[in-house]
Design a protein around this ligand. Sequence first.
Ligand SMILES: [Zn+2]
Length: 78
Amino acid sequence: MTAQDSPTPADELVCSGKGCRAEAVWAVLWRNPKIHTPERRKVWLACDDHRDHLENFLDLRGFRIDTVPVDELGPSDG
Ligand SMILES: [Zn+2]
C-alpha cells in the first residue's frame, strides 16, 4: 500500500501503474469477491501504456468487472 491517501482532484487523474505519473485515460473496475460485497466497486486508473498490464493482473485473479474511459466514471468511486 502506498501513502496516497489525500483526495485526488477530478482534474488530476493519474495512472495507478507503479511509478507512473501519466494522465489516466482508462478506469479499470474490479472487485475481490472474498473481501468486497457485490455492491462495492474498486477503481484503478490507467494510462494507455498500463491499461493492459492492470487488466491482465485482474483478469488472472478473476477480479475485473469492466474497463471504461475515465470520462464515463461516476463522481463517487474510489
Ligand atoms: Zn501508466
